[in-house]
Structure formats: C-alpha cells, structure tokens
Design a protein around this ligand. Structure first.
Ligand code: MTE
Ligand code: MO
Length: 340
C-alpha cells in the first residue's frame, strides 16, 4: 500500500506537464474569483466568491512541491521567471496577511493593495511564461479518470486546508474569525480612512455647492433638511468595513418617478469626474448623504454631498457628488471598476 503510494508520488513528480496545467487553471480561477469578489456586494455571492478564491489560492500552495521539482529540473532560470515567482509569493503572502492579521497600513500600503497589485503585475509575466511554454498542449488523456481523480484530491485537499486554517484562526482568536461575507474586517466609524480608489484627489468644494439631480438643483441645506438618519455599512475592497450613522436623503424621493421609469440607468458624477452608473431599480437603495455620525461630512469623507450605496462595495459610494443624471445608457455600459 505505502509502496504503491510512494511510487504513485514518484509518478506525480514526473508528471510535470499536468502540474503546470493544473497550476495555470488554478491561478486563472484564483484571479477570476478575486475580481468577482471585488464586484460582489451582497452576502451570498460575496461568501461564494471569497470562499472559492480562498480554495483556489490554497490549491496554488498545495501544488508548490510539485512545481518546485519542475523548477529544479530547469537549467537556467530567466530573470522574468524569478520575478514571476517573487510576485506570486508576494501575492500569496499578502493574501494570508490580509485574512489573518487584517486591515492595516505599512509604508502607505494595505495588504489588499499589495495582494491585488502583485497579482496585476504578474499577469503580463505569466502570459509571457505560458506563451514561451505553449508546447505543453492539452491532450485527450488529460480528461482521463485518473486525472479527474487527482483533480478531486487536489480540490478536497484545498477545501480541507481552508477548513483547518479557519479553525486555527478561530482558536488563536485571529481577526480572520470575525470577518464578514466579503472578507472585510471591522473598523470603528472614527477609524475609517479617507479612501481614494486609484488616482482621485480630495477637492475643495465650497458650501454654496449645489447638486444637480436630473436637472433640479439642490443646495446642501435643501438636502440636509430632507434627510433622515440611516445606519449603513461601508465595505471597502481594501479589506475593512464600518457600520456608521449617516444623515441622508433617498434618491427615489428626489428623482421624478416618470423620468426614472423611462431611463435606463442613474449616473452619479463627482466634481472630480469619478463616476458610477446604477440600474434605475436601485434608486430606493441609493442615498445622498450630508452627515456622518451626527456631524457634517468632512472633506475626505466626501463633503459636502456623497453617495451611499449600501448594497454595493465602497467604490460605488461616489464622494463629492456634483450631479445625478438619468441616462439612456444601461448600467452595464461602464467599466466594472472605476479607472480613476
Ligand atoms: N470621487 C470619489 N469617490 C470615491 C472614491 C474616490 O476615489 N473618488 N473612493 C471610493 C472608495 S474605494 C471607497 S471605499 C469609499 C470610501 O469612503 P470614505 O473615504 O468615506 O471612507 O469612497 C468611494 N468614493
Ligand atoms: Mo474602497
């Protein structure tokens, strides 16, 4: 029995081409679920994508011993390959740091920024790497029973590892145990950083600012006087969430119903040109906020008026709102993530 297992292991060590294929599939799946996890805002899709992302990530780790054998066999390691290895190692490490140590900032970077940044940098190198080794084509035997079995064993191994790590995290009282469906860690409302998605900058908006909502201008006092207090969860993709009290007015109360019914999407535009487009059916879950924790908004928080989109991740919560437009362009007619 053990002898057979060992010889099987030996054979696996020689099955380099399939290790490479498995690794490629698992890396692509990890990247895809990572992107989907950023897009998911509601609990069920978020839980599914973050769980899948974790399992694919762990499958990469489990394949390391096999890949190491292949790497040891190569005579010359190109610089590009070394950089690729380093980027993937940084990506995996920062993923673990994010889950088990939580949100924090070191040298102005959060673990999530390092995680996503290294993954994005690895994409061109991985593409190059795969193109250079494209002789390793898919073969019919790749779908044989034994290979399917091995795929099953790898999947089961990754799922079991996920479960064990979750358990260890819980036992050690790690912050990993209390993260929510999207994977985010809790921050107190006062600790929330002024967050910029990519290249935007905090503008200086005067208090005489008016917001144009489908052609009607509202002053900040107009909006504030129509507002109520709303408890909402801001869940940033950089790995934190905060439950806070906002002073806000519902967009469905500001938009003319007939125009809303005739439009294809609601576009919310910042004075900085940062913008997001929403389906018209979401009007009653979108809010224009003028206050945070009982006080007027601060500049970094989006003063004087910012959007709340409680069903969506933080990057949808447009700050420094200049206008809300009803548009003929459907909501999917935009980049899935802001580019500014
Ligand atoms: N105009 C504009 N709005 C923006 C951003 C931005 O960079 N520019 N960042 C978004 C992101 S990524 C998040 S998480 C929230 C953060 O809100 P906060 O700064 O109040 O924490 O604002 C969103 N709204
Ligand atoms: Mo964010």
């Amino acid at each position: 029995m053990i002898g057979r297992w060992v010889s099987n292991f030996g054979r696996l060590r020689r099955a380099g081409r399939r290790t490479n294929l498995a690794l490629l599939v698992v890396l692509l799946a990890a990247a895809a679920t990572g992107g989907l996890a950023f897009a998911a805002g509601t609990p069920v899709p978020a839980k599914i994508t973050t769980l899948a992302h974790g399992v694919f990530g762990l499958a990469v780790v489990l394949l390391i011993p096999w890949k190491a054998v292949i790497v040891k066999r190569t005579q010359v390691l190109r610089a590009a390959s070394l950089i690729l290895i380093a980027l993937i190692a940084i990506c995996m490490t920062s993923g673990f740091v994010e889950v088990f140590l939580g949100y924090g900032v070191l040298w102005r970077l959060s673990p999530m920024q390092v995680h996503v940044g290294s993954a994005l940098l690895a994409v061109p190198l991985l593409t190059l790497h795969v193109l250079q080794h494209r002789r390793q084509r898919l073969r019919r035997v790749d779908l044989s029973r034994r290979v399917l079995l091995r795929t099953g064993v790898l999947t089961a191994g990754a799922v079991a590892t996920y479960g064990i790590l979750e358990g260890i995290g819980r036992l050690l009282g790690s912050t990993s145990a209390s993260r929510i469906a999207t994977g985010s860690h809790r921050l107190s409302p006062a600790a929330v950083p002024a967050t910029i998605w990519l290249f935007d900058q905090i503008p200086d908006v005067g208090t005489d600012h008016q917001v144009d909502v489908a052609g009607t201008k509202f002053s900040v006092t107009d909006l504030a006087s129509r507002s109520t207090t709303l408890a909402a969860r801001l869940d940033c993709t950089s790995g934190w969430y905060a439950d806070a009290e906002w002073t806000a007015v519902n967009l469905a109360d500001l938009l003319p119903a007939d125009q809303l019914a005739a439009a294809a999407s609601i576009e919310v535009i910042s004075v900085t040109r940062y913008r997001r487009r929403f389906p018209t059916g979401e009007a009653d879950s979108l809010w224009l906020a003028t206050g945070y924790q009982g006080e007027p908004l601060k500049a970094g928080r989006g003063a004087p008026v910012r959007l709340l989109a409680p069903r969506r991740r933080g990057f949808w919560w447009v700050k420094w709102v200049e206008s809300v437009k009803l548009s003929d362009v459907p909501a999917w007619g935009q980049s899935p993530f802001p580019l500014t």
